[in-house]
Design a protein around this ligand. Structure first.
Ligand SMILES: C[S@@+](CC[C@H](N)C(=O)[O-])C[C@H]1O[C@@H](n2cnc3c(N)ncnc32)[C@H](O)[C@@H]1O
Length: 136
């Protein structure tokens, strides 16, 4: 399934002239990528994890986000009506990225996530989170 999704993504990128690498990886072990990025995007993944997984996920994000890099998280919000599954409160989202962990939450704003179950999309948070310290 992942390989099928990746070949579709590769075709789309090629069709749009976008130079991008696509790899299959476990988001709970991002450190295994051995790569660091100035900008990291999460669209609809954060909210799928339970609290233990979220800790591993955020630790992995720390390993792939460069110092002064930016992480953008788009996740389901708990501000209804018609919230998506596993809605996240703004407090929960902010708490997952503490200053003590080397993060600074620059902004959290209301947004929408496109879904298959709602043509208007579901309520979401779009967070911009800065990496204020690196792991090395
Ligand atoms: C809610 S969907 C969002 C998909 C896509 N980003 C989008 O916006 O349409 C979450 C996706 O994360 C994938 N996923 C869940 N756990 C994962 C993990 N540990 N590593 C990589 N992908 C994972 C699921 O298979 C699913 O495709």
């Amino acid at each position: 399934m992942a390989e099928t999704a990746l070949s579709i993504a590769r075709e789309k990128a090629a069709g749009r002239g976008v130079d991008a690498d696509f790899v299959v990886a476990d988001a709970l072990h991002l450190d295994r990528l051995g790569r660091v990025f100035e900008t990291v995007l999460d669209c609809g993944l954060f909210h799928t994890f339970d609290s233990d997984e979220r800790r591993d996920y955020v630790a992995g994000l720390a390993s792939v986000t460069s110092r002064s890099g930016d992480l953008y998280v788009l996740c389901f919000s708990d501000v209804g009506p018609d919230t998506g599954p596993h809605p996240i409160s703004q407090e929960e989202l902010r708490a997952a990225f503490p200053r003590s962990g080397g993060w600074s939450v620059a902004s959290v704003s209301p947004d929408r996530i496109q879904t298959r179950f709602d043509a208007q999309g579901a309520p979401a948070w779009l967070a911009k989170i800065e990496r204020i310290s690196s792991q090395d």
